[in-house]
Design a protein around this ligand. Sequence first.
Ligand code: PLP
Length: 439
Amino acid sequence: MSTQAVHAGWDARGEHGPMVPPVYATCAYAHPSHDSLKALFARETKGFAYSRSGNPTTRVLEERITALEGGVDAIAVASGQAAMTIALCALLEPGTHVVASSRLYGGTTELLDDTLADLRVDWTAVDPADLDAWRAALRPETRVLLVESIANPGAELADIDAISEIAHRHGAVVVADSTLASPALYRPGEHGADVVVHSATKYLAGHGGTFAGLLVDTGCFDPRRCPERWPRLTEPNSRFHVTFADEYERGGSGLIAYARAKYVTDFGATLPAQSAREVLVGIETLDLRLERISASALSIVGALQDSQGIERVNHPSSPGRPDRHLLARDFPQGAAGVFSVDLAGGEVAAAAFCDALELFSLAVNIGDVRSLVCHPASTTHVHLREEQRAACGVGPGTVRLSIGLEDVEDLLADLGRGLAAARGAAAGEALSSRSAALV
Ligand SMILES: Cc1ncc(COP(=O)(O)O)c(C=O)c1O
């Protein structure tokens, strides 16, 4: 992993020997002849014509993430949200169905509940830890089981081996959003997931300054095993004049070829070459950052466990968590740095906590080198229905923490400040509601 993070996709022995992949800041590519460009458009050769659908810098990133996830091929796009949208559009048609974990990033739930519903794709939410619920939700038209390997914001770990077995018996595929784990901690393809999606905006880039999304074919999916379920991949395509599944015979990915030809091109969610370079540079230190962040998070979770004013620390190492065994089995290097805390005193306490913190920044990102805090119920999960928020463990007193690279003692001191403010606000609120009751 460490070696691939630094080398995969790039050989510095090319012209001039640039050690770091150069940024190809160009929209189009000159070709030596009419026949050369014609052959590229006819898909007879590989290369670059127009950067909306491919760029040499971005290609290095695609090859690097393919290597890190142990996959077949990948696409890099403008954001994690674009990667998820493209993955689902490529796998789903009107009339099909998704079974998804109820514990998802709010934006993914909204995508399923609104935009994909507009396209007549139905979905059922299930508790990711309840394997019978996954089985019971399957329908003949189910094509995708969707899960986060570590869920945002409560850090629930998914048993992707078991979920993949359920999916594959049914002829469906598993799409795993592995943003919070990153390949430094967990590779969903090794557990049977067919497609991996990343918001590279988070740990992969690592510095909170770049948007990017990645989608990887892990090599587990082959639509030719069940061609009637995947006609858009297995039948000749009248727009592109190819059968995308043929790509598998050449060692590539029919799914990635289809997604790039159709959705990356049509949606135009292009990743700028400069952003691809920034993610590549971030990936070089991914495993070091995740090692430190996971260890810091574990210390902080331990220290918060018995703190006054906290009802629950939502982390797989917390006592009583049903996914504790998965932490030991599948995440020996840790579970990264994003988890949530339920504060006694609801939103009043959460607001006081967030406002009192000095080192943690109140910001709706995660996976930064800087520690961040946010109140999901009023921000990242605000557009969800009340019952959807409850199902993903987001209550009025829930705050999400994303631990960065700062000194743990400094972070604990800051959290102590936040908790004191939260306790004060909760007590003040209790007092004023008692006086209101007396009046
Ligand atoms: C787990 C997860 N997936 C996907 C996304 C969307 O990524 P982006 O913000 O890069 O579009 C996020 C954003 O917070 C996320 O947390």
